[in-house]
Design a protein around this ligand. Structure first.
Ligand code: PEP
Ligand code: MN
Length: 381
């Protein structure tokens, strides 16, 4: 059972809920505060034998906005009632929520200092403050480039600071990598921030999920598992939140099946509205690992642009995308990397689609149209 307080409710309101909950045997209590851009929401979760606990006494407490019964599923990341806000969070001066779109354009894998410098200079020029830089690369073959690891962190962070980059999405495949990032950032004087990426291959590496969940310094970019159901991925994502870190973005990146040929994966951005409805997490799309190649449609736009459009028009609020100053020289995933000269055009494309989305929602969205009569989709709660 979740008791949600009115926005910015004082601590005493939450304490009253906790005191009341303590009267019921077999019930334990956890309190969560979600800090959005302008308001904070406190939730008190009643866990255990809550079947016999009535909702009315909680509903009549002052400052209580809503009481909902939830199953164990998606207790923390779930959108338990339709008007629940998306969990926004702020990190290193960047606000993550559904109100804006962030483009994390960058190198799939850090290779040379020169390439990183060129990438970041191009981002600065395009007014983009977020990037992706892989230092620890999980590869299918042990003989492929594994990433430069902690050796590259000092100069990647230094260059990020120089070019005004605020957040770098960086995959970690072992808890040790979190410490290395922490230490390197501190040694460099915290010139930038890092969002810890959980790759599709580690979606169900539960020990790693617990580790990224137990630290609160870095937010988490959680990538959907490529060969498991969406429900399994969301359950895995709940591990991160249940360990104490609610600052998560959920990323769709395509699923593995030959039915997606000739693309690398079958693009799954039709799940953007599903994830938005079932959870309160901002949703990211990764068109590069979904499409995996550089072909143009007859209209002149790369397939990668077109799938970005599908995600943004469905309400995605972050794009993780591979660029490279010399795709032919990239040590990882060069065939799917866009060239730097395409970056301004890509930024304009994202802006145009986002504007189209805003216009469509204004004209045809919930505020404009009556709600649908019914839905047969099982509720996440
Ligand atoms: C990546 O983003 O670099 C990556 C390896 O993606 P995924 O885990 O989705 O394959
Ligand atoms: Mn890659």
């Amino acid at each position: 059972m979740i008791v949600t307080l009115e926005p910015d409710a004082p601590e005493s309101r939450a304490e009253a809920v906790v005191r009341l909950a303590a009267r019921y045997p077999g019930v334990s209590v956890q309190k969560f505060v979600f800090r959005g851009e302008s308001i904070s929401i406190t939730e008190v979760h009643l866990i255990g034998s809550t079947r016999a606990v009535p909702t009315e006494p909680f509903e009549s407490l002052p400052g209580v906005r809503k009481v909902v019964r939830v199953s164990r599923k998606y207790r923390l990341i779930g959108r338990h009632h339709p008007d629940a806000e998306t969990h926004g969070f702020e990190y290193n001066g960047v606000q993550f929520d559904e109100k804006r779109v962030h483009v994390f354009a960058g190198l799939c894998a850090v290779d040379t200092r020169e390439h990183v410098a060129k990438m970041m200079a191009a981002l600065e020029q395009a007014g983009i403050r977020t990037t992706r830089m892989g230092a620890y690369k999980p590869r299918t073959s042990p003989y492929d480039f594994q990433g430069l690891g902690k050796a590259c962190l000092p100069w990647v962070f230094e260059l990020a600071g120089k070019h005004g980059i605020k957040v770098i999405a960086m995959e970690v495949t072992d808890a040790r990598h979190i410490d290395e990032i922490n230490t390197s950032l501190a040694a460099a004087g915290d010139p930038t921030g890092v969002m810890l990426q959980i790759g599709t291959r580690n979606t169900q590496n539960f020990e790693l999920l617990k580790q990224v969940g137990q630290q609160k310094r870095f937010p988490v970019l959680f990538k959907r598992g490529m060969g498991i159901s969406l429900e399994e991925s969301l359950n895995a994502c709940e591990y991160v939140a249940s360990e104490g870190n609610p600052n998560i973005v959920f990323c769709l990146r395509g699923v593995k099946t030959h039915l997606g040929d000739p693309h690398r994966n079958l693009v799954d951005f039709s799940h953007v509205p599903v994830v938005r409805r079932q959870t309160r997490l901002p949703v990211c799309i990764d068109p590069s690992h979904a499409v995996g190649r550089m072909d143009n449609a007859p209209d002149g736009l790369p397939d990668i642009f077109h799938v970005v459009g599908q995600g943004i028009i469905a309400g995605a609020s972050m794009v993780l995308i591979d660029f490279h100053p010399r795709p032919d020289e990239a040590l990882c995933d060069g065939p799917q990397a866009l060239e730097l000269s395409t970056l301004p055009r890509f930024a304009r494309y994202v802006e145009s689609v986002r504007l189209a989305y805003a216009g469509i929602i204004r004209e045809l969205g919930a505020a404009a149209a009556p709600p649908p009569a019914s839905s047969s989709e099982p509720s996440a709660a």
